[in-house]
Design a protein around this ligand. Structure first.
Ligand code: 4AD
Ligand code: MG
Length: 472
C-alpha cells in the first residue's frame, strides 16, 4: 500500500471522534482507555447486571461501544440511591461520578456514582436476563439481540470492516459507484430474481414499462463504469430468490464487487486474494477485543487460523485439476463430480479444509455451468472464471474476466439463451473502445463468518432474510 495513504487500523478513527457530538457523553470504550482518574464524568448505557449489598450496589453498564462493560459503584451518598432497586437488567441509565482505579480483577476503572438517573426501566419479562442464550432463541428477538456480547461484537466488526473495505479500494484508486437495486436483467442467469409488483396495477401497465426485479449483482452496470473510470467497486445490497435454506445463504446480502478495466483473470485473482488478506490483517489489528471473545466462545482455532492466513499463499488450481483431485480422493460425496458439473459446497470444503488446508482459488470453469458474460478461453471448453474457497465456508468470492469481444459475446448470449434485445447497452461496450476487463463479487456476510468463526450467516447480519422469514 502506498505510504501516503492512511494505514488501515485504529489510527483511522479520529482520536476526538466521540467529542464531536454534543449528544454523546463519553463512550465506555473511551473511558476504559483513560490514563488518569477523572473527577466528573457522565456515562450512559444499558444495565447488564446489578448486585447489592447493604450499603452499596454494583451496576455493570454497557453502551455497545466495546465488548467490556463499566462497573458503577453506587453508595448511599449517591443522588438516586433510593431508586437503585428499580434498576433491573435492561434498564437505561445516566450516571455521573468519579472514575477511579478499580481494585477488582479484570478491570482498570470503575465509576463511583454521585448522581444516578433511570432513563427507562425494563419490564420484568426482559428476555436477556440469563447469561447465555442459544443463537436460535436470539434470532427470535432480533430487536434485542444486539445487546448481547456476541451479536454486539459481530455488528461492531461489521461496521469497522465496511470502513476497511472502502479504505482498501479507495487507497488503490478505485471509485465507489452506486449501481441500481431495481434492474431489468438477470446478471447471473440463474432465474433467482425477486420480481417487483405494484398493488393494483396489472401486468400490462408495469410501473417501469416492463418487468423489473431486485438486483442479484451490480456487475453488469459496474462494467459500464469500469469502461470509463477504469477501476470501480460497488458495495451494496443484493437479492437472491434462492430457495437454499442453508447456513451460508440469505435472500438479501451485501456484496462487494470491484471491476477493473485493462485487467485479466490472473490480476483479478491477485486482487481478490490481496483483499481477503488485507481484511484479515485489519480485523486482527482493529478488533482485538472482539476477536479474543470469538476465539474464546465461538471458535478456539480462529486467531491461529487468521494469523496463519496472512502469510500463506493461496493455492491456485484449475477446475479440471480440482475435479481430478476429488475423483481420486476416494471420498464418497453426496453430489456427483465431473468436468461439466458445478462443484457443491461439500466438494469446495473438501478441497480447502482437508486437501489443501488453506484458501484455494479455482479457475477456468466449464462454460456450461457459468453465465454468458465470462470470457471464453482458447480451448473453447472453459471460461476465464475463478472462485475463492476458504475453510469453514467454501465459496467466498466468485469472479471472472469478462468477454470483451463483441462477436463472441453475442455467441455466448445465444448459448445461454439470453436475448440480445434489451442488452445492447452491454454489448455496446464491446463496440466502443473495448478493453479486457475483470472483476469479482465477495459476499460480505460470508467474509464476516470467516473473520469471526460464526457458523450461521443469520447471525452476522442484523436482520436476516431467508425463505419464510422477513421480519426479525
Ligand atoms: O458467485 P456469485 O453469484 O457472483 C456474482 O454475482 C458475480 N456477478 C460477481 C461479480 O463478478 N461481480 O456471487 C458472489 C458472491 C459469492 O461468492 C458469495 O460469497 C456471495 O456472493 N453470495 C451469497 N452470500 C450470501 N447468500 C447468498 N444467497 C449468496 N449468493 C452469493
Ligand atoms: Mg458463485
Amino acid at each position: 500500500m502506498p505510504t501516503n495513504t492512511p494505514r488501515i487500523g485504529t489510527s483511522c478513527v479520529r482520536p476526538d471522534f466521540h467529542d464531536q457530538f454534543a449528544v454523546s457523553t463519553n463512550s465506555i470504550a473511551k473511558i476504559l482507555g483513560a490514563s488518569d482518574e477523572i473527577n466528573d464524568l457522565t456515562v450512559q448505557g444499558w444495565v447488564r447486571t446489578r448486585r447489592d449489598s447493604k450499603d452499596f450496589s454494583f451496576l455493570e453498564i454497557n453502551d455497545g461501544s466495546c465488548l467490556a462493560s463499566l462497573q458503577i459503584v453506587v453508595t448511599r451518598e449517591c443522588q438516586g440511591w433510593n431508586h437503585v432497586k428499580d434498576i433491573t437488567c435492561g434498564a437505561s441509565v445516566t450516571v455521573t461520578g468519579k472514575l477511579l482505579e478499580s481494585p477488582a480483577a479484570g478491570q482498570a476503572w470503575e465509576l463511583h456514582a454521585m448522581q444516578l438517573d433511570i432513563i427507562g426501566v425494563a419490564d420484568a419479562d426482559y428476555p436477556l436476563q440469563k447469561k447465555r442464550h442459544t443463537l436460535e432463541f436470539l434470532r427470535e428477538i432480533g430487536h434485542l439481540r444486539s445487546r448481547t456480547n456476541l451479536l454486539g461484537s459481530v455488528f461492531r466488526l461489521r461496521s469497522r470492516l465496511s470502513f476497511a473495505v472502502h479504505d482498501f479500494f479507495q487507497s488503490r484508486g478505485f471509485h465507489y459507484v452506486h449501481t441500481p437495486i431495481v434492474t431489468t436483467s438477470d446478471c447471473e442467469g440463474a432465474g433467482e430474481l425477486f420480481r417487483l409488483t405494484t398493488p393494483g396495477i396489472d401486468s400490462e401497465e408495469e410501473f417501469f414499462g416492463r418487468p423489473a426485479f431486485l438486483t442479484v449483482s451490480g456487475q453488469l452496470e459496474a462494467e459500464t463504469l469500469a469502461c470509463s473510470m477504469s477501476k470501480v467497486y460497488t458495495f451494496g445490497p443484493t437479492f437472491r430468490a434462492d430457495p437454499s435454506n442453508t447456513s451460508r445463504h440469505v435472500s438479501e446480502f451485501w456484496m462487494i464487487e470491484p471491476e477493473m478495466a485493462f485487467c485479466d483473470l490472473v490480476q483479478d485473482m491477485d486482487v481478490a486474494e490481496e483483499f481477503i488478506k488485507a481484511m484479515v490483517t485489519f480485523v486482527l489489528e482493529d478488533r482485538e477485543e472482539d476477536l479474543a471473545f470469538f476465539n474464546k466462545f465461538v471458535d478456539k482455532e480462529l486467531l491461529a487460523r487468521l494469523q496463519a492466513v496472512q502469510d500463506v499463499e493461496f493455492k491456485r488450481i484449475s477446475f479440471t485439476d480440482a475435479v481430478g483431485i476429488l475423483e481420486k480422493s476416494g471420498r464418497k460425496f453426496e453430489h456427483p463430480v465431473g468436468l461439466t458439473i458445478a462443484l457443491q459446497s461439500e466438494h469446495e470444503r473438501f478441497l480447502t479444509e482437508e486437501y489443501f488446508k488453506c484458501p484455494v482459488t479455482v479457475f477456468d470453469y466449464p462454460k456450461e455451468i457459468k453465465p454468458f458474460y465470462m470470457r471464453l478461453n482458447e480451448d473453447g471448453r472453459t471460461v476465464a472464471a475463478m472462485d475463492v474457497l476458504v475453510p469453514g465456508i467454501g465459496e467466498i468470492v466468485g469472479g471472472s474476466q469478462r468477454e470483451e469481444r463483441y462477436d463472441q459475446l453475442l455467441k455466448n448470449m445465444e448459448r445461454c439463451g439470453l436475448a440480445h434485445e434489451g442488452h445492447e447497452w452491454y454489448s455496446d461496450l464491446r463496440r466502443y473502445g473495448t478493453v479486457p476487463h475483470a472483476g469479482f463479487g465477495l459476499g460480505f456476510e460470508r467474509l464476516i463468518m470467516y473473520l469471526t468463526g460464526v457458523s450461521n450467516i443469520r447471525d452476522v447480519i442484523p436482520f436476516p432474510r431467508t425463505p419464510g422469514h422477513a421480519s426479525f
